[in-house]
Design a binder for this molecule. Structure first.
Ligand SMILES: Cc1cc2nc3c(=O)[nH]c(=O)nc-3n(C[C@H](O)[C@H](O)[C@H](O)COP(=O)(O)OP(=O)(O)OC[C@H]3O[C@@H](n4cnc5c(N)ncnc54)[C@H](O)[C@@H]3O)c2cc1C
Length: 478
């Protein structure tokens, strides 16, 4: 079970002074401190653990963010940056002595430049609404987390989020050109810019994926790309997870680059069918493989993919025949987590492995499911080896929560042992904090903590995230 650090009584005692100071720099209505109202911010989408913060501030400008952070710095109050609160790793989980600084009210489009192919937005803007802004001119923003209707660019940058179509277009860091960052001392910095490869050290590269440890990102310059002429998904149904995994490895080995290869096993297929009616076949494991381009290009790529898949004897091959059918196929995939949530409590893991290891690791996950007596449903970005096993459990049983966490840890260790990584796109947050030493040596963790020391010397930004508490303890206490 996760260790929840005791809040600082000294900070709790100063609550009314801190709130009074925050109201001096942000409109009164945007400073939330009534416990009935702060309850709405007690967790993100990692709902296993909850804790109401001391207060929540929802600024409406970079300058307001800077003023709020300056006060928190002067008062030595921990700060939890927050976008839309959809993190699956507890990245936005507060502590009782912390102030949440949420950017959800900062959601304006500031500039759109089609000639130079970028859009500048405030980071409270939701991912999908960035594409909505530019699609009329034939462009889109490529990173597409399944949560894209709700999640904010803020969280996408902090977690370096990915999505189904990142196999071809890359994840957030590959589509981010510039950011405006506010440090804990209230300094405003512009990193990168509306062009590729800004000069100097790649500080923007360090901030992207740093999980709100280095500052609050208030604006972003995002690369927009022209929409392809067309796209077509094909569904391949297989007799087992391992055979489907082997097919993915062979597609990648053959040097073909579809825009997406997504995997779902039987429990997920059924849940999505019941929820959305996506038209999926009744099979053990399903691959959604999408290619894009001109019609002749699509036919050529699909021909090659079908040849590779034929070596694995698919039970069904079903090509989308219309835009409407393609939309239903993707609606099913993108609602998979929600569909599973109707059936059981689950935690969603997020390990990454080399694609060639898929068959072995999927087998290992099934074995762990038997050993721990807990069901697993798999739905994930197979083309880039980013696994999302959903472990099903009863959140009302403390014993099952413990067993579920232990099993999750074993799965993530299996990913690391297979040459992979603890997190592909959801981040470390509090969820994987204690597993960091499985992947990183003491020296590695020390190097990472020294970067935080530079940006946030008093360890006020998300201080209990990413690093095991016993390793970050002295720094947090200093
Ligand atoms: C149903 C569902 C499906 C999902 N599918 C995907 C998926 O396909 N791919 C994927 O990558 N993720 C996915 N996620 C996870 C989640 O949506 C992403 O991690 C997303 O980027 C979080 O964005 P957010 O705005 O909700 O961030 P939050 O949850 O608010 O915060 C996430 C982290 O970012 C930090 N942060 C927030 N705002 C700022 C800021 N302005 N400056 C600095 N740090 C900040 C927070 O402190 C926290 O550590 C899914 C989640 C759900 C619930």
């Amino acid at each position: 079970m996760l260790e929840m650090p005791a809040p600082s009584e000294e900070i709790l005692d100063r609550k009314s002074d801190i709130v009074r100071r925050l109201k001096e720099v942000a409109p009164e209505a945007t400073v939330i401190h009534d416990p009935d109202e702060t309850k709405a911010y007690e967790c993100d989408a990692f709902t296993v653990y909850t804790c109401s913060p001391l207060a929540v501030v929802l600024p409406s400008s970079t300058e307001e963010v800077a003023a709020v952070l300056k006060i928190c710095h002067e008062e030595s109050v921990p700060v939890i940056p927050r976008g839309s609160g959809t993190s699956l790793a507890g990245g936005a989980l507060p502590t009782a002595d912390s102030v949440i600084v949420g950017v959800s009210r900062m959601n304006e489009v500031l500039e759109t430049d089609y000639d130079n192919r970028f859009i500048r937005v405030q980071t409270g803007r939701t991912n999908l609404s960035v594409t909505a802004e530019v699609e009329g001119r034939g462009f889109f923003y490529a990173p597409d987390p399944s949560s894209q209707l709700a999640c904010a660019i803020a969280g996408n940058i902090a977690m370096n989020s990915g999505g189904a179509h990142c196999l071809k277009y890359g994840v957030t860091t590959n589509n981010l050109m510039g950011i405006r960052l506010v440090t804990i001392e209230g300094e405003i910095m512009d990193l990168g810019g509306p062009y590729l490869d800004a000069g100097g050290l790649d500080l923007m590269g360090i901030v992207c994926g740093s999980e709100g440890q280095l500052g609050i990102v208030t604006e972003a310059i995002l690369r927009i790309v022209p929409k392809p002429e067309g796209a077509r998904p094909v569904l391949f149904g297989f007799s087992s997870n391992e055979v489907a995994g082997a097919c993915v490895a062979d597609i990648i080995r053959a040097g073909i680059l579809p825009v997406a290869i997504e995997f779902m096993d039987r429990p997920c297929i059924r849940a999505c069918e019941d929820f959305v009616g996506a038209g999926y076949p009744d099979v053990e494991a399903l691959l959604i493989v999408e290619v894009e381009g001109a019609p002749s290009e699509i036919d050529m790529q699909l021909g090659l993919i079908k040849q590779v898949a034929a070596n694995h004897n698919p039970e069904t091959v079903q090509e989308s025949l219309s835009d409407e059918q393609s939309a239903r196929i993707w609606a099913g995939r993108k609602s998979a987590f929600g569909a599973m949530g109707r059936i059981a409590d689950y935690i969603c893991l997020d390990g990454t492995i080399p694609v060639s290891e898929l068959p072995r690791v999927l087998k290992g996950i099934s074995k762990l499911s038997e050993t721990y007596g807990l069901g697993v449903a798999n739905v994930f970005h197979a083309g880039d080896g980013n696994l999302h096993p959903l472990i099903l459990f009863d959140a009302n049983s403390e014993e099952e929560v413990k067993r579920c966490e232990e099993m999750g840890a074993e799965i993530l260790k299996l990913c690391v042992e297979s040459g992979g990584c603890l997190t592909g796109e959801h981040g470390v947050g509090v969820e994987k904090r204690d597993l960091m030493p499985c992947q990183y040596s003491e020296a590695d963790l020390e190097a990472q903590m020294r970067i935080k020391d530079v940006f946030d010397p008093n360890w006020l930004l998300n201080p209990t995230k990413i690093f095991p508490l016993h390793i970050s303890g002295e720094r947090r206490a200093a």
